[in-house]
Design a protein around this ligand. Structure first.
Ligand SMILES: Cc1cc2nc3c(=O)[nH]c(=O)nc-3n(C[C@H](O)[C@H](O)[C@H](O)COP(=O)(O)OP(=O)(O)OC[C@H]3O[C@@H](n4cnc5c(N)ncnc54)[C@H](O)[C@@H]3O)c2cc1C
Length: 433
């Protein structure tokens, strides 16, 4: 380990850490990027889609070299009951062309690629090394990290160590972990021969599919996802922790149920499970974000609860990169100005407030509670499926019942009064509108 203090140590070579190290190194700072895994991305779990436009400004034409599996050209939102589903299915050839929209990528490839950019800019990457604590000066300001291989003094620490950040807790920024605001993401990677996968999903070349699901997790508030890679499918669920505990079910049972669902089974029939993975997600959003700086420390990405889990969207990597870039820039300014106190680091929050990171979180601050509510989880997917089935069932010689009558009947069957339905529609408009 280095004995002399470096300008900055960034802990965690996920997307937030690599982005922070990239900006610090480009600004001429001496920066160490510390990763506990044997290589960046080795321990990292996610569903599978990265929205890369956040990179436009820092890595122009990134799409020409990013390690992509597939470009997402079909995005479906599926509302489900145990026996049926209704989908809003969006296909766009424009998304198949640069600068693209979403891409599927393996985290070991993507995180490694982004960390290489930081290294090329001058950052030093140290792997297989875990930060085990913070160093402080006599006044309590943070002056580096302790690791399992010795001390690493630095003028500033950027904690990008992911959800439940141990460093943010030690710094007193994350006072306690509230399971209410965490979900557990569980994923199976299923292998299919490429021609079979492309035929089942109607894909050509490097086109890909992203299916987001609601109503597929039984009694447990949450959701599901399916993403196509070149020769694998990522299939998984996101489950509220208190809901999972109360249900007494094992998360892998919930994924197995999803694999057998009549709307999913035809896609994955005969596929071989090649990997199981699980990871926590900070779902609380804007209202649960911790303070973002302490004397000598900034936090970014999942460590600062910046994952956007808002029903229609599950986006963490782009928010991690956006906050990492902002942290790197603010850190470089503070180091240059000789003031790495909390005050000197105030530029970080200001930068985030000017960017999509806080703008999206602020706008969607009511979404997590709404999306995980009982009616949105079960009653409405059921109502939508019932209604669609009713509308498309031809009962001649009976005449067609009319949409409003079907809606009223369906709502009554699901125990939802029309005033409640109208109030929720208004609430959804206010949250997402
Ligand atoms: C099942 C699931 C599905 C998801 N799907 C998507 C999706 O499709 N799209 C999307 O955009 N987001 C998705 N997310 C969210 C996304 O994965 C996260 O928001 C994102 O990875 C956050 O990036 P990060 O850099 O902040 O943290 P991480 O990616 O968690 O990286 C943290 C890094 O820090 C390292 N580290 C931790 N502690 C230490 C330590 N003490 N010392 C040294 N190194 C340390 C870790 O090894 C890791 O490399 C999903 C998450 C889950 C769990």
């Amino acid at each position: 380990m280095t004995a002399d203090a470096v300008d900055a140590v960034v802990v965690g070579a996920g997307p937030a850490g690599a982005a922070a190290a990239l900006e610090l190194a480009r600004a001429g700072a001496e920066v160490v990027l510390l990763e506990r895994g044997p290589f960046p991305g080795s321990k990292n779990v996610y569903g599978g889609v990265v929205y890369g436009r956040v990179l436009d400004e820092v890595l122009p034409r990134w799409w020409e070299e990013v390690p992509v599996q597939r470009w997402v050209t079909r995005r479906s939102t599926m509302m489900m009951t145990p026996t049926g589903s209704v989908s809003v299915d969006v296909r766009s050839t424009a998304w198949g062309e640069a600068p693209h929209n979403g891409m599927t990528a393996y985290r070991a490839d993507f995180d490694g690629w982004l960390a290489d950019k930081a290294v090329a800019a001058g950052a030093e990457l140290i792997t297989s090394t875990t930060a085990t604590g913070l160093l402080r000066d006599a006044g309590g300001a943070i002056t580096g990290v302790r690791t399992d291989r010795g001390e690493l003094p630095a003028r500033l620490v950027v904690a990008c160590d992911g959800v439940n950040s141990f460093l943010a807790k030690e710094a007193g920024l994350l006072p306690r972990t509230d399971p209410e605001h965490l979900t557990l993401g569980v994923k199976e990677t299923l292998a299919l021969p490429r021609p079979v996968l492309e035929e089942r999903f109607g894909l050509r070349g490097d086109e890909g599919v992203d299916i987001e699901m609601i109503g597929c997790t039984g009694d447990i508030p949450g959701g599901g996802f399916l993403y196509t890679n070149r020769e694998t499918v990522g299939l998984g669920v996101v489950l509220s922790l208190p809901g999972l505990t109360a249900s007494g079910r094992r998360p892998e049972e919930v994924v197995a149920d999803l694999r057998r669902h009549p709307s999913i089974a035809p896609y994955v029939r005969g596929a071989e499970v090649v990997e199981h993975s699980a990871h926590l997600i900070p779902e609380g959003g804007y209202r649960t974000m911790p303070p973002l700086a302490a004397d000598g420390l900034l936090i970014a990405g999942d460590a600062a609860s910046m994952c956007l889990a808002a029903g229609l969207w599950l986006e963490g990597v782009n928010f991690a990169i956006g906050s990492g870039l902002a942290a790197g820039r603010a850190a470089a300014e503070a180091i240059g100005g000789g003031d790495t106190s909390r005050r000197g680091l105030a530029g970080y929050r200001a930068r985030l407030a000017d960017s999509f990171v806080l703008a999206d979180h602020r706008r969607l601050r009511g979404a997590p509670g709404f999306v995980l509510s009982d009616r949105v989880q079960r009653a409405y997917p059921g109502l939508v499926c019932d209604l669609a089935q009713e509308v498309f069932t031809v009962r001649n010689p009976e005449p067609k019942p009319g949409l409003l009558r079907s809606l009223r009947r369906g709502a009554r069957r699901r125990g939802i009064g029309l005033p409640r339905l109208a109030a929720d529609a208004w609430r959804a408009l206010r949250i997402f509108g």
